[in-house]
Write a protein that binds this ligand. Structure first.
Ligand code: HH2
Length: 396
């Protein structure tokens, strides 16, 4: 007898084949193998108790506040533990219960769908399946003051040359920004951003085939960049910075990265406090998706990003990377940007030029935990590290 460690489906399938299990049952075993832990917020005491009883009756379980059963505690959060295969059955049972818990069914069903989402986006008219392997986005800052590459690509010549180099190194996207968002940074007016961006975008358009995204929170800048050849938008404000951004996305149909940014970069590190980090990040990103959909943006064109280093302390950045899988709740591809950021310096006691190995470690852990795109300065190194990580994890 031995314990098995078969986290990925293809290893499990191979083991099932070895046992000679009927192939039509393999999907059932895959689901059974994976237990879900689902956080449910703010139930009445009665609701918490009914949820727990229903869970137990379905062979699942549910943690609720210890005083919910006596009614001493009027409201309780809950964690539902059940295997994936039982989710549908559980929803069926829950539907027959009073509204205080039957109201949870649509959310649970949506969660179930989001466990196997379509992770393809359409970029420049082409479908790109972000779930097929881990993708790499190369960073190109045409700024004098970015925390790592500031000043290096400020002139169009070196910027275009670096874009060509990153394309050759295997970048799947190139993200161009003209406004540093490092802690304490000042806003750069749209005119100034465009003066920096447009010559570079025009130069790149002629020479580089890799899709380019524009890193801006300004709809005016995004529109001009799209006209000059950019194919995606990367909005670190999660569509909260400019009311016109969501409408622009709806009109153009381009994909957009929406990031968690709890406060403007100028002040974001001043008062960093979370009651429940993961809940707050997921809620904010869900809000950004809802804002986008309300403006007519297709949900399938959105990518979410927890915003590593944006209004977060060391422990928050580490927790986000460790628990990245919880962003699956949103059913959208996940982008993560750990490259050479301060949390790596805090762990290693090293400055940005010496944070490559730390960046690669963070990229590999993020990929393992569900990141679909890594935004990095060092494309060649990240592509190599992630190719090996994918080969191990995905047997691909
Ligand atoms: N990080 C930075 C900028 N843009 N966009 C997304 N979606 N996610 C990120 O984590 C992210 C981002 C900050 O890094 P960098 O561009 O290297 O520095 P600066 O803001 O100083 O230009």
């Amino acid at each position: 007898m031995r314990l098995m460690s078969v986290d990925n489906d293809s290893d499990l399938d191979r083991e099932l084949a070895r046992v000679g299990a009927d192939e039509c049952c393999w999907p059932i075993f895959r689901d059974k193998h994976r237990s879900l832990a689902i956080r449910v917020a703010d139930l009445s005491a009665a609701g918490a108790n009914i949820l727990k009883q229903t869970a137990l009756a379905c062979g699942a379980d549910c943690a609720v506040h210890r005083d919910a059963v006596s009614g001493r505690k009027k409201r309780s959060d809950a964690i539902l533990f059940l295997d994936r295969r039982r989710l549908g059955f559980f929803c069926g049972r829950l539907r027959t219960q009073p509204p205080c818990v039957s109201r949870l069914v649509p959310g649970l069903e949506e969660l179930g769908r989001n466990l196997a989402p379509d992770l393809a986006i359409t970029v420049g008219g082409r479908r790109l399946d972000l779930g097929s392997r881990t993708h790499v986005m190369g960073i190109l800052n045409v700024t004098p003051d970015s925390f790592y590459d500031g000043g290096r690509h400020f002139d169009p010549g070196p910027a275009v040359a670096r874009a060509e180099e990153m394309a050759g190194e295997g970048a799947d996207f190139i993200d161009i920004g003209a406004e540093s968002t490092r802690p304490g940074s000042d806003r750069v007016p749209p005119n100034k951003q465009l003066a920096r961006l447009l010559p570079v975008l025009r130069g790149i358009g002629r020479r580089v085939k890799v899709p380019v995204s524009v890193d801006t929170t300004s709809a005016r800048v995004a529109r001009a960049a799209l006209d000059a050849g950019a194919a995606l938008v990367n909005d670190v404000s999660g569509l909260a910075g400019d009311p016109k951004m969501a409408r622009l996305l709806a009109k153009t149909g381009v994909p957009c990265v929406v990031m968690h940014l709890p406060a403007p970069p100028k002040t974001m590190q001043r008062r960093v406090r979370y009651r429940d980090l993961m809940q707050e990040v997921v809620d904010r990103l869900a809000g950004a998706i809802a804002r986008a959909e309300a403006a007519g943006v297709e949900r399938g064109q959105l990518v979410v990003d927890p915003g590593i280093g944006f209004g977060k302390r060391l422990e928050h950045n580490l927790e986000l990377l460790r628990r990245l899988g919880e962003l699956r709740t949103l059913g959208r591809p996940v982008l993560v940007g750990p490259s050479r950021k301060a949390f790596i310096g805090q762990v290693l006691g090293l400055e940005p030029p010496d944070r490559l190995e730390g960046t690669l470690a963070a990229c590999v852990v993020a990929a393992r935990n569900g990141a679909n795109i890594l935004r990095v300065h060092d494309v060649e190194a990240a592509v190599r590290a992630l190719r090996v990580a994918d080969a191990i994890e995905r047997r691909a």
